[in-house]
Design a protein around this ligand. Structure first.
Ligand SMILES: CC(C)(COP(=O)(O)OP(=O)(O)OC[C@H]1O[C@@H](n2cnc3c(N)ncnc32)[C@H](O)[C@@H]1OP(=O)(O)O)[C@@H](O)C(=O)NCCC(=O)NCCS
Ligand SMILES: [Zn+2]
Length: 210
């Protein structure tokens, strides 16, 4: 498959993953910013896909996803996709980044609990997603294991991920804290609900074995 087709498919897969539960980022009202998932399509159809007297718009416009992908996926990125025949059904990527740069990117300081210098290269485990009809088949686990191999090959020792703890803990929060031994390094203030998790990559491979 050509790079262009593959990229276009990755954009669609990304939009599909986040359009479903639990994120429900499918369509939004440009006036009040309320957003809806694909599960709401019956209700939305009854409203003629309008809210606040205007038509709903894509939560994740293709051009925005595309520019995010070009920004996040460079030659340093470890990017894995899962395919069913010629269809992309999942993705996972992450990249090495200096601690100080990652704190700036994420807008939160988390290194107080890490005994490492600001110029240490960390593995930022950025995105992971699997189409809802393919979830629960260890597809994410396989991609995350490949991504880990890439980080270890690059000599990176600590992995960081941002995920959601409340109001409902996300699957990644439960997976990383309960099965993979990640610890909470920082919590976003107020009722944001997101947290920064981290752990040493050494020994992690055993938890990702099948
Ligand atoms: C998170 C996500 C990528 C997992 O993909 P998946 O292929 O279904 O995951 P796997 O089958 O590989 O399972 C990996 C681990 O997640 C946990 N897990 C998966 N589904 C779960 C569920 N429904 N409830 C609780 N834990 C679950 C398990 O611990 C599992 O590990 P184990 O098999 O060793 O027990 C998928 O649910 C998804 O795309 N969700 C929406 C997007 C998202 O939230 N991405 C992460 C934030 S960017
Ligand atoms: Zn509205």
């Amino acid at each position: 498959m050509s790079d262009i087709l593959l990229t276009a498919q990755l954009v669609e897969c990304y939009r599909d993953v986040f359009a479903d539960s639990p994120w429900n980022e499918w369509l939004k009202c440009p006036k009040c910013q309320k957003y809806f998932g694909r599960d709401d399509s019956g209700f939305l159809a009854s409203q003629k896909f309008r809210h606040c007297d205007v038509s709903l718009i894509d939560f994740w416009p293709r051009e925005q996803v595309l520019s995010d992908l070009y920004y996040e996926i460079t030659e340093k990125t470890s990017c894995w996709i899962a395919m069913d025949k010629s269809k992309i059904v999942g993705f996972s990527w992450g990249y090495p980044i200096f601690l100080a740069d990652l704190e700036e990117k994420l807008g939160i300081s988390f290194s107080n609990n890490l005994q490492i210098k600001k110029d240490t290269l960390l593995a930022y485990q950025d995105e992971a997603g699997v189409l809802s009809e393919y979830r629960g088949q260890k597809i994410a686990k396989a991609m995350v294991a490949h991504r880990l191999d890439d980080f270890i090959t690059q000599g990176i020792e600590v992995g960081i991920v941002r995920t959601r703890q409340s109001p409902e803990p996300s699957i990644t929060f439960l997976w990383y804290t309960e099965k993979l031994g990640y610890k909470i390094l920082a919590t976003y203030p107020g009722d944001d609900g997101r947290v920064i998790l981290g752990r040493e990559l050494d020994g992690l491979k055993a938890s990702l074995s099948f």
